[in-house]
Write a new protein. Structure first.
Lengths: 204, 482
């Protein structure tokens, strides 16, 4: 009973806030609703017993991605009103494509059969949830059975980093950077000159 | 407790070597000065050649490792050698152009090497998870490379367009994979194959998932109707990057499609054959017709490569040993022809500025008869005129289609190649029978000249010594047939 209540609360708030993400006029409000949507999705994951995904959702999406969004929204001068201009014009086409996809998926769902032998072929036997926590179970396979995709993921991230730096880093020759050794090596006698000024003559 | 088996690293040795060398290369490029482009490029070629040597040393070693996620066999060794050679050559081709355009950044070779590593992993993918990871490792550097001339609007646009459409195709692929996992309960290729074995009525979910995976992969080889990005990206990206796009990733992607559809979905050939046939016919037709009106030679080569992918897919539609052997031969010859054609595009400059229009080639036969001759050889070969290599590529493909009873497909293939011959020969006409308003500069790049000479000789004299290629292609095809 109490589970059902929480499920509906999380789901309803999730759906409403995700709709508000795209309909809110102010982009900052959109991002805030996005964060709300993430939190509710995390709640749903906890209810499913997938607390690891819930944690990563909060840490990665709320902690990093959403904050980054906020920064972008605030720092870039993007005219969101003009971005949304064609919306009504394209709505019929987009709606049609979406409807077709929905019908197709519903059709698929109708023919959904879980094959009896599927459980035997399952990639790794799911550990008993009462004996091992979700995070623990993931940790058991991530560095053993899935070490290969895990390593490739590392390479993908490395490439993403190289790519981002390649495309954005500019060495600007006109900026002045601090050169500490030069500063320390600077001697008073090299840069200071004591001049005896004659009265009334001034310094040229 | 889950038992963990230590992976057999020897099978993945070429990839391990290349990964380590790629990271060393990255360190070198960061530690050194920005002017060290030539050194880093040479080291990049060295890394690729080392990986090729390791692949060659363990050629044909068969087996799976990393819990069945990685497979090595004759097919993978052959395709890897092809990809490594293509990447190394395209890296060599790039030097002069990049220096002239001041894009000789040391990240360029690093990204090429990482992308090549992704291609090798793609060729050896034996699981939907490793397939996706390898595909991303291959594509991510390509997006960056397309946009590497970041002060040019066209290059940036090409990179962005490629990135958005690539992300879309990844989404399709992932959705298809999740459907396959849902309906068969497995992500490993062997397990999927055993789940689908001997089923009379395949469930709709599996078919949908399979078609979505095919759509995702068709993006990568730019088969119609998933080709929209190709002409724009080819035109916008810097020419050496375009050459790389046309040479290496196509080989890896076609190898991956072949493995996925002959492996896990091998028993469903009746279901996917019609889709492949449709893709193939559409690609051949569009490649032939749309190229006719092009004035930019890079766009023309983009449409030409769309058409070539259509021909290669005929071999997959045949779905037997002869068909796969045809694909392997075709893609090898396609790679050599692309290398040759792009060498010439890289030599096209007037008064030290790069030009890309077909009309700029006019009068080339009078000024530089050898260059014009080489271009004619490439164009005749792409059109499939005997006795050049391109003819044999098409011959084996069409033969396999006839043997498999796909007469319509073979007839359409021949008809479209006649249409395609029109625009290939138009280039030759421009070079030999039109007068130049402005002459092209004399080609002064020894490296490009050497590569072009080698490619031309290979295309012309393939007829004299075809047996090594045919034999190794046959062995590669055999290893995919269960």
């Amino acid at each position: 009973m109490i589970e059902a209540i929480f499920f509906y609360v999380f789901s309803v708030v999730l759906i409403i806030s995700s709709m508000l993400v795209i309909s809110a006029r102010n982009p900052v409000h959109s991002v805030l609703f996005l964060i709300l949507a993430f939190f509710n999705a995390a709640g749903l994951f906890v209810m499913l017993g997938a607390e690891f995904i819930a944690m990563t959702l909060v840490i990665v999406y709320v902690g990093a991605v959403a904050v980054l969004f906020l920064f972008v929204v605030m720092m870039l001068d993007i005219n969101f009103a003009s971005l949304r201009q064609g919306m009504m014009k394209h709505l019929p086409v987009g709606g049609f494509v979406g409807a077709v996809l929905l019908v197709e998926l519903a059709w698929l769902y109708k023919s959904w059969v879980i094959q009896p032998e599927a459980a035997l072929r399952a990639l790794s036997p799911t550990p008993d949830p009462s004996a091992v926590t979700n995070t623990h179970a993931l940790g058991q396979v991530l560095y053993t059975q899935y070490v290969y995709p895990f390593q490739i993921a590392g390479l993908v991230l490395l490439v993403a980093m190289i790519g981002a730096i390649t495309l954005t880093l500019r060495h600007r020759p006109d900026t002045r950077r601090q050169n500490i050794s030069k500063q320390v090596a600077r001697k008073a006698k090299d840069v200071l000159k004591v001049i005896k000024v004659e009265t009334g003559a001034g310094v040229s | 407790m889950i038992l963990f088996e230590a992976p057999n690293l020897i099978l993945a040795l070429p990839e391990l070597v290349l990964a380590v060398l790629a990271m060393l290369l990255l360190l070198l490029s960061v530690a050194g000065k920005a002017e060290n482009y030539r050194l880093i490029a040479k080291m990049g070629v060295f890394a690729l050649m080392t990986a090729a040597a390791v692949t060659f040393n363990f050629y044909g070693q068969a087996g799976t490792t990393f819990g069945g996620m990685f497979v090595a066999d004759n097919f993978s060794s052959y395709m890897k050698l092809l990809v490594l050679a293509g990447s190394a050559v395209s890296l060599l081709m790039a030097t002069k152009y990049l220096e002239r355009e001041k894009t000789n950044r040391t990240e360029y070779p690093v990204l090429i090497v990482f992308s090549t590593l992704g291609m090798m992993l793609m060729i050896s993918a034996n699981n939907l998870i490793s397939l996706y990871m390898a595909l991303e490792l291959q594509s991510l550097p390509l997006y960056v490379l397309a946009a590497i001339q970041r002060d040019s609007v066209r290059s940036t646009e090409a990179g962005l367009k490629y990135f958005v459409l690539g992300a879309l195709s990844s989404g399709l692929l992932l959705y298809g994979s999740s459907l396959i996992y849902g309906f068969t309960g497995a992500t490993g290729f062997e397990q999927i194959a055993s789940a689908l074995q001997g089923q009379t009525a395949v469930s709709l979910g599996v078919v949908t998932g399979m078609v979505m995976i095919l759509a995702g992969l068709a993006f990568k080889i730019s088969a119609v109707p998933f080709h929209m990005w190709a002409p724009d990206v080819y035109e916008g990206a810097p020419t050496p990057v375009t050459a790389f796009f046309a040479i290496a990733p196509k080989v890896a992607a076609i190898a991956l499609i072949t493995r996925v559809f002959m492996g896990p979905f091998g028993d469903m050939a009746e279901q996917w054959r019609q889709v492949i046939v449709a893709l193939s016919i559409a690609s051949m037709a569009l490649g032939a017709v749309a190229a006719v009106t092009q004035t930019n030679i890079k766009r023309l080569l983009a449409y030409s490569s769309i058409g070539h992918m259509g021909y290669a897919l005929i071999g997959l539609a045949a779905a037997d040993k002869a068909g796969i052997q045809g694909i392997v031969i075709y893609i090898t010859i396609y790679m050599v022809m692309s290398i040759g054609a792009f060498c010439i595009v890289l030599m096209m400059k007037q008064k030290d500025k790069m030009v890309e229009n077909i009309s700029d080639l006019s009068g080339l036969a009078k000024q530089q008869p050898l260059l014009a001759l080489a271009m004619s050889v490439m164009m005749f070969s792409m059109a499939g005129i005997p006795p050049l290599a391109g003819f044999f590529g098409k011959l084996f493909i069409f033969q396999s289609a006839i043997n498999a009873g796909l007469y319509t497909l073979a007839v359409i293939g021949v008809l479209t190649s006649v249409v395609a011959a029109y625009y290939y020969i138009r280039i030759i006409k421009v070079m030999y029978f039109e007068n130049a308003e402005e002459e092209l500069d004399k080609a002064a790049d020894t490296g490009l000249n050497l590569i072009l000479t080698a490619a031309s000789l290979a295309v012309v004299f393939f007829i004299l010594l075809p047996s090594p290629l045919l034999a190794s292609a046959g062995a590669a095809a055999q290893s995919l047939i269960k």
